[in-house]
Structures are given as structure tokens and as C-alpha cells.
Design a binder for this molecule. Sequence first.
Ligand SMILES: Cc1cc2nc3c(=O)[nH]c(=O)nc-3n(C[C@H](O)[C@H](O)[C@H](O)COP(=O)(O)OP(=O)(O)OC[C@H]3O[C@@H](n4cnc5c(N)ncnc54)[C@H](O)[C@@H]3O)c2cc1C
Length: 465
Amino acid sequence: MNDQWDVVVAGGGNAALVSAMAATDAGARVLLVERAPVVFRGGNSRHTRNVRCVHADADEFHTGAYPADELWSDLCGVGDGPSDEELAMLTVRESATVPAWMSARGARWQPALTGTLHLGRTNRFFLGGGKALINSYYRTASRLGITVAYDSSVEQLRFDGPRCTGLLIRSTGGERWVRAGAVVAASGGFEANIDWLRRYWGDAALNYHVRGPVYNDGTVLARLFAAGAARAGEERGFHAVAVDARSPRFDGGIATRLDSIPFGIVVNRDGRRFADEGEDIWPKRYATWGRNIAGQPGQIAFALWDAKVRGQFLPPMYGAFEAPDPQGLAKQLELDPVAIAETVAAYNAGVDRGPGGRFSMAERDGLATVGLEPPKSNWAQRLDTPPYYGVPMRPGITFTYLGVGVDEHARVRRADGGTFDNVYAAGEIMSGNILSTGYLAGFGMTIGTVWGRIAGRQAARHAHG
Ligand SMILES: Cc1cc2nc3c(=O)[nH]c(=O)nc-3n(C[C@H](O)[C@H](O)[C@H](O)COP(=O)(O)OP(=O)(O)OC[C@H]3O[C@@H](n4cnc5c(N)ncnc54)[C@H](O)[C@@H]3O)c2cc1C
């Protein structure tokens, strides 16, 4: 490894690879520093399946057009809307050129998948998933002459005023300082840093699962804050879904997510319902359930359903507990059988008082409970057909929102009002500039690609003076 580079990129996921390729395209000599070993390279990005971009027409990969106005209004409709409207609008606009840019660097696509998230019109799916995309990008990076240091972590950043003068890289061979004309921070969020999460969530964080790798511990983010970087995004902001409680603590990926929730009911460890399982269509609500469960005692909950809906959603990867009656299921799940019997009876009574009609997951079917607290607003049908099924669930954190503030050139802003001279950021580490609290499926890869291109280009330009 040389000691002097035009651009050093911290990270090895989508945003880092895009930044590195864009900087190389602009003529820079680039070192990419990936903390993970080669087999686990690619961060959260290797777990992804799709990217959300503006497009004018249906084609072999999309079932219809997705105009910029619609993506903008979808973005405004999640959480508290965009944090910085100009940067968010820029992201929407630039997304239109993302698929062609990706294709030119090795991305391959597949026709939209069917499934519980119904994203065929708005999102484009990677053939072979994020792992295949990341592998293609690493091949392209190698062809472009980008140097990749695996098993290597950026541990420190040295500053002279607003200018980063060096990075301390720790690898299996020891530690060394390298210098760079410009630095791109693309090292993701801090979701794998349980101590950091505990600052905001207390001991509840000890029960969270982390869907991506152990490597995203926010070291670079913390160093940037220590050097005076401005903050963007909510401290307590994270995207979290319900995952199977039996899944690994880290890196379970997409397969551990549970999609059964709107098909039945959810109870806490006391056997009581605590949230509306049928509030809205699943693509809009699936990401509220991580937080719902995080708010329950012991950060655990249980999805229950019956034979009527078997086969209508992705099956749980470790199988479901099964019993001929709710009490038997309760025993298997180590819940109080009396509480479960009462909860199911109360729920069924609420369904009986409801409007009745045809159960349909294709839309909000209006089959709501009546006189039940909390209500189930749609897809409420009796739990009465054996066998009964259940699965324990934990909050599964996808990523955190708190990151560094950037300007329109992806340059990291300082809390004192200026910017760093030569430090740029892309991807999850700056997504708090775009997303405040909510999330749109597929937009994480959009942010990483749009801002990776900007950061890489600008970093190369800066390095060449
Ligand atoms: C299970 C799952 C499914 C998802 N599905 C989708 C989807 O289909 N579409 C979508 O748009 N988004 C999806 N997301 C979100 C998406 O993964 C992220 O928005 C996106 O990958 C972020 O890219 P990134 O490059 O910023 O971070 P990451 O891909 O997480 O990359 C961070 C990189 O930084 C490295 N790193 C960390 N610390 C250091 C350090 N100190 N020094 C050097 N390297 C370091 C890590 O090893 C890693 O390579 C999903 C996330 C998960 C967990």
C-alpha cells in the first residue's frame, strides 16, 4: 500500500464503490479501505435487492412509469418528509440516470419479483441480489485499477484545521498512516455499535438484532463528529423491521424478516395485543414493526395466524410453531395460555362486530374490528381455523439515520458553519440529509449511488486542485 493517494474511500459497500469508480473515472488514483474480509465485503449493500429510480415508461424491468413528481411525493409522505428539500430533490432528479450508470459498471437486472412488498413499478431489481451487484462492482473496480485494502479499517482521521491530512488504517499487518488529496467517508451508519445505540435506547438495545454486518460501528462517523462535523438526521432514528427472534444477532440479511403480521395478530410477552396489525398496506407499514416491538417489554413479540392464511406470505425461514388450539400454541411459545385464549377470544369478538366482507390483501379491504383496543383496521378475520401458527419476533435494525451534514457537492459540513476542505460523504453516513425519520424501500441504494457519484467526482476534482 502506498502512503499517498489522490482519493481514499472509507468503506466497501455500494456508496464506497460508486464513489471510488466515479473518482477513478475523473482521473484519480484511488484506495478503497474495506473493513470486512473479502468474503463479507459489501456492507449492508450486499443484502439489498432493488433500487428506486425515476423512469418514464414501463419496460422489461418495471411494470409502469414512475415520474419525478410521484417519487417526490412518496418521499414527502414518509416520516416527517425530507430533511433538506434541495438535497432530496437533487437525489430524486439524479436518480433518473442511475440505472444506466449502474448497467455500464456491471449491474444486471431481473424482471420485477412478486411478493409482499409489491415494488414492481417503482423499483428495479438486481439479478442475483445485492451480493451479485457488489461482486460485479468489485470486478469493475479492479479493472479500473482501484486498489482495495480488505480487512482494513479507517481508525483515525488527522486534521489541520478544515483539511484532513491523513488516515490511520488498521489492518492485519498493523497500523499505518496514509495521506490523501481528498477523503470520501462511505462507511455506513452505526447500527452495529450496541453501546452507541444504548445511549439513546438504554438496555433495550441489548435485545435488538442487526440485519447487516458487525462492521458498521460508526468509527468514521464518530471521528468526523469529533473533528467538528455537522450532524444530520435523528439520533434515535433507525429503520427497523420485525425479524425472527431465532435469527443470528448480526447479519441475518433479508431472509429473517417476517411478513405474516397483517395476516393475523401480534401479542407481547404478556399475551396482549399492542398495535394495529392492519393499519395500511404492508409496503407502507412493514418498517414500523421494528420500532413497535422495540417498545414492548423485553423487546419481544409474537406473530400468530391460523390455517386460513397459510401459504399467502413468505414462510418464516426457521418454520413456525404449530398447535391445534391457541392455548397449545401459547405453551410452545412459552406464553400464558389463559392470556392468549382471552386475547384471541376478544379479537374474534371484535371481528364479529365488524363490517364483514371479502378478505383481500391486494388493497385495504376495510375488514376492521369494532370495539377493540387497539383496533385492527383491515384484514381482520377470525383466528379460528386449526392449526394455529406462531413465531417470536425481535426488532431488526436495518440502519441508523444520524450522520454528517453535507452540501450539494457532498462535502461534509462543519458544525461551526463552514465545510471541510477535502472530506466528502456518501451513502448511509449522510442519508440523514435526505431522510428525516421514515424510509422508502429501495431509496438507500439510490442515495448511495447518487451521492457516491457526486462525492467521487468532487473528491477527484479537489485532489487534482
Ligand atoms: C437486510 C437489508 C436489506 C436491504 N435492502 C435494501 C434494498 O433492497 N434496497 C435499498 O435501497 N436498500 C436496502 N437496504 C439498505 C441499504 O443496504 C443501505 O441503504 C445501503 O446499502 C447503504 O450503503 P452504504 O454503502 O452507505 O453502506 P454499507 O453498504 O453498509 O457499507 C458500509 C461499508 O463500510 C465499511 N466500514 C465500516 N466501518 C469502516 C471503517 N472504520 N473503515 C473501513 N470500512 C468501514 C463496512 O465494512 C461496509 O463495507 C437494506 C439493508 C439491509 C440490512
